[in-house]
Design a protein around this ligand. Structure first.
Ligand SMILES: Cc1ncc(COP(=O)(O)O)c(C=O)c1O
Length: 441
């Protein structure tokens, strides 16, 4: 496929204007300036068409501008836009009831609504301290939980997120995330690598650093997102749950990227047969309307009136969009994510067989990571090549997004069709072929 001339003249002009009025801190992947989008297709201001494999960082779960979501937003906007969480409205209650119905634990779920993922994580941190009366936490390397002061302390995917912002929150110690492709701890014979990590927490962190009865919670992404789309080994969560139970520590799972049907189940943690105590949600919950939530077991969300609140949380339009989104996910899109996800994983395995730069293909449902390496034996990350694949894909009409050091995340809308996957993977493979040639792999 012939590359497009990107950015086009209109996009160039917008990027120039943006650079003088918008905070320079935004990461910005490549110069995509969106005009409109529908389903898994996006058009830029110069009329160029793109296929979307990243859905606005795993957010537009029902595709762009799904008619049912648009209708729900329009109807709610005409009815009323805001009342604040100091008062009541039906959509907020209906949404909390729906979340209770699908929550990944048997006990009743109580929900606090937020405006973003990071605010959902802040809520989880504050709730854990309040409920347990303990101050400390355990997090994981490679994690991404957000950028506000509490959440960013747990975030440990890149030092950039901490540079210039110390001192962070007190009382957070990190353990290595159980990455089966890149283990950093020695496994005992017969031990699952997930169990090795939990043994490290017991033998190193709880033995040498944190008194277990002063640990409020362990915060973990069920399947790690920004750190590299990493699926932990089977033994990890059962061992972690056991450890939490032994010391009355809350198991807090961040489902912001892997939840809401993306992995073919409502929650990433459901793949591991373990029930958490606290769950954070955002991104895909409302198809792009800003909404987050922190769900907890009823016995855990026991704080007093006034202990925590916000102005915009549970905004009626965001709740209406979330209800429409969850209905679509439940009635077909989650099953599609499982089926088309497996189809995509199989196709990527075939692509891997043809390309030495692909070291690993992994994932669940439509949360798939493709890790690029310079050498399959040494597993040295091919960072530049990964960036080149992103750029070459963009020029050929495919929107992708990298994560970790050299991982491409495939995180399209949950209703993407196999024909669209085929079209996107053809561009993706062409980009890999060209990038490999350029770097003589
Ligand atoms: C797992 C996870 N937690 C938290 C966040 C933070 O969400 P937000 O950017 O909405 O604050 C993200 C965002 O990428 C995420 O992937």
């Amino acid at each position: 496929m012939e590359p497009m001339e990107l950015p086009g003249p209109k996009a160039r002009a917008f990027v120039k204007r943006d650079s003088s009025v918008i905070s320079p801190s935004y990461p910005r992947g490549y110069p995509l300036v969106v005009d409109h989008a529908k389903g898994s297709e996006v058009w830029d201001v110069d009329g160029n068409r793109f296929l979307d494999f990243m859905s606005g960082i795993a957010v537009t779960s029902t595709g762009h501008a799904h008619p049912k979501v648009v209708k729900a937003i329009q109807e709610q906007a005409a009815q009323f836009i805001h009342i604040s969480s100091d008062f009541y409205h039906p959509k907020m209650i209906e949404l909390a009831e729906k979340l209770n119905e699908v929550a990944p634990f048997d006990e009743a779920a109580v929900t606090f609504m937020t405006n973003s993922g990071t605010e959902a994580v802040e809520t989880a941190i504050k709730l854990a301290r309040y409920h347990t009366g303990r101050a400390n936490f355990i997090g994981f390397t490679g994690a991404f939980h957000g950028r506000t002061m509490g959440a960013v302390t747990f975030t440990a995917s890149k030092p950039t997120y901490h540079a210039g912002f110390y001192p962070l929150m007190n009382g957070v110690v990190h353990a290595p995330y159980p990455n089966p492709y890149r283990p950093v701890l020695d496994r005992k014979t017969g031990e699952d690598y997930g169990e090795t990590v939990v043994r490290y927490i017991e033998d190193q962190i709880l033995e040498h650093i944190l008194p277990p009865d002063e640990v409020a919670g362990i915060l973990v992404e069920s399947i790690q997102g920004e750190g590299g789309y990493i699926v932990p080994p089977e033994g990890f969560y059962p061992a972690l749950r056991k450890l939490c139970d032994e010391h009355d520590i809350l198991l807090m799972v961040d489902e912001i990227q892997c939840g809401m049907g993306r992995t073919g189940k409502w929650w990433g943690i459901e793949h591991f047969g373990v029930e958490p105590d606290v769950v954070t949600v955002a991104k895909g919950i409302a198809s792009g309307m800003p909404l987050g939530a922190c769900l907890a077991r009823q016995s855990v969300m026991d704080w007093e009136r006034g202990a925590h609140g916000n102005t915009f949380g549970g905004n009626p339009i965001a709740c209406a969009a979330a209800l429409a989104t969850m209905d679509l996910i439940q009635n077909g899109y989650m099953a599609n994510a499982a089926e088309v996800g497996q189809y995509t994983l199989d196709a990527l395995e075939e692509i891997k067989a043809r390309h030495p730069s692909i070291g690993d293909v992994r994932g669940k449902g439509l949360m798939i990571g493709v890790e690029f390496v310079l050498d399959r034996k040494t597993k040295e990350p091919a960072k530049d090549l990964c960036q080149r694949v992103t750029d070459l894909s963009f020029e050929r009409g495919l929107l992708t997004l990298s994560c970790g050091k050299s991982v491409m995340r495939i995180a399209p809308a949950l209703n993407i069709k196999t024909a669209e996957i085929d079209e996107g993977l053809q561009i993706f493979e062409e980009a890999i072929t060209l990038a490999e040639k350029e770097s003589r792999l």
